[in-house]
Design a binder for this molecule. Sequence first.
Ligand SMILES: Nc1ncnc2c1ncn2[C@@H]1O[C@H](COP(=O)(O)OP(=O)(O)O)[C@@H](O)[C@H]1O
Ligand SMILES: Cc1cn([C@H]2C[C@H](O)[C@@H](COP(=O)(O)OP(=O)(O)O)O2)c(=O)[nH]c1=O
Length: 220
Amino acid sequence: MTGLFISFEGIDGAGKSSHIEALAQAFRDAGRSVTLTREPGGTPLAEKLRQLLLHDAMDPLTEALLVFAARRDHMVQVIEPALARAEVVVSDRFTDATFAYQGAGRGFDWNKLQILERMAQTGCALEPDFMREPDLTIWFDLPAAVAAQRLATARVPDRFEAQPQEFFAAVAAGYARRCEEAPQRFARIDAHQPREAVWQQVAQVLQQRGYLQQASGAAA
Ligand SMILES: Nc1ncnc2c1ncn2[C@@H]1O[C@H](COP(=O)(O)OP(=O)(O)O)[C@@H](O)[C@H]1O
Ligand SMILES: Cc1cn([C@H]2C[C@H](O)[C@@H](COP(=O)(O)OP(=O)(O)O)O2)c(=O)[nH]c1=O
């Protein structure tokens, strides 16, 4: 059995958190060990960087560097060891969020982000030139106006959630661009549906990819 790396993506309020535990449980039910984690964060150091990123003002390059510093620590300490143990790693956000928020949202140079991506995500797996990416990215696609309505009553906004709706429309376009650049890795979910219908789409992606069948077979 090999490890499996799945990321959840989407603008704030798209509904990711409402389904991530159910996805983890589906894998556990199929006999797999699951590491459920998040970005920015997932390690003591990265959680400290998360606090800075969510609450302190900084220039775009500083923001991009901190995001990747947190990611590198998360990969070295948590993601790679879990994949080496053949676990399923489920991360609430990964690098697509950086392209969407820092790239499309803040306007930071897309090509520079690609350079940072290669630097941060290479050299922590067994093969020295291998760049770690998710095997599957589940993208909760929701219009920015709908996400804003959902969040209006939901929680106190952090530095990103406090951005105007146009920011999130740009972030959503950033996700669409990443999806176009790697269509085989992305599964787009229509998140503008009732919770149960959204979950059915997620479950269908897992079935189509044979992830749960493979796990059941291995556990038997
Ligand atoms: N399909 C849905 N329809 C309506 N409201 C939803 C749906 N999914 C989630 N919500 C609500 O929208 C808000 C944001 O959901 P959440 O899962 O926290 O989003 P995210 O983790 O993507 O920011 C929460 O109040 C949640 O209860
Ligand atoms: C991973 C990542 C997150 N972010 C932002 C997106 C979110 O607004 C914020 C925190 O993400 P998230 O954990 O989804 O927020 P919450 O716990 O409130 O649901 O960080 C970036 O700007 N760049 C990144 O690379």
